[in-house]
Design a protein around this ligand. Structure first.
Ligand SMILES: C[S@@+](CC[C@H](N)C(=O)[O-])C[C@H]1O[C@@H](n2cnc3c(N)ncnc32)[C@H](O)[C@@H]1O
Length: 210
């Protein structure tokens, strides 16, 4: 992580009121793919990490039993709560939690995260993916800035001073090491993609048998 959690939180608090007006085409394509692949059912609990102003959480709430959003920025989550109120969504909640300590230990069926994990170092991403796996979802949909080819620091999808995107290979390895199977890789741009990870059948079954 190139900035501390507190520094990232302060940065997002500052931009929260304008965040929803600053979205680019690749972000929107990525968010739409995360929503499409998450596909929760009416009994499912969704955990959205780095939920921000709730783009993913609010879109999934009408289809899910419950959506839990976690973020480090109160400013971003205030925007999310206001939108949930405006939309009359009562099954979505937002509270403080980090990727590595989401402060949630209830049941979860689907975990999502969009355009947020690239703030962590690769080692921290691996820890965060292990934390997600330990929560036991059947699916984890990760949309983010990620490198499909050779990283080009001159490209506009990340700011080297605050962001630390991983290669697709690093993320894929972390997901499979944590017990997921990669079931889809969506390339939005050479630096933006969505990975869909499902619990390997034996990982789920061994939990049931014991
Ligand atoms: C670019 S915004 C994306 C928000 C939302 N997921 C979306 O698709 O619009 C990144 C979010 O990640 C949050 N964030 C950054 N570092 C985090 C961490 N370590 N744990 C949880 N959230 C974090 C920020 O506060 C911010 O709200």
């Amino acid at each position: 992580m190139k900035k501390s959690v507190e520094e990232h939180a302060a940065r997002f608090d500052e931009k929260a009121s304008e965040y929803d007006d600053s979205k680019h085409e690749e972000y929107l394509a990525c968010a739409n793919l995360v929503i499409e692949h998450a596909a929760p059912g009416p009994d499912d609990v969704v955990l959205d990490l780095g939920t921000g102003t709730g783009a993913i959480a609010l879109a999934l709430a009408p289809d899910a039993a419950r959506v839990v959003g976690r973020d480090i920025s109160d400013g971003m989550m205030s925007e999310a709560r206001a939108k949930a109120d405006d939309e009359g969504l009562e099954n979505v909640e937002f509270a403080y939690g980090t990727f590595r300590e989401p402060e949630y230990d209830g049941d979860v069926d689907v975990v999502t995260s969009n355009f947020a994990m690239h703030h962590l170092s690769d080692e921290e991403k691996r820890e965060a993916i292990d934390v997600v796996a330990a929560l036991g979802p059947r699916r984890f949909v990760l949309g983010d800035v990620m490198f499909f080819g050779e990283p080009d620091p001159d490209e506009p999808f990340y700011s080297p001073e605050v962001d630390d995107p991983a290669t697709v290979g690093v993320l894929a390895d972390a997901l499979t090491d944590a017990g997921f199977s990669l079931t889809a890789v969506e390339r939005v741009h050479e630096q933006v993609g969505v990975l869909v990870a499902e619990r390997a059948p034996d990982a789920t079954e061994s939990g049931d048998d014991e």
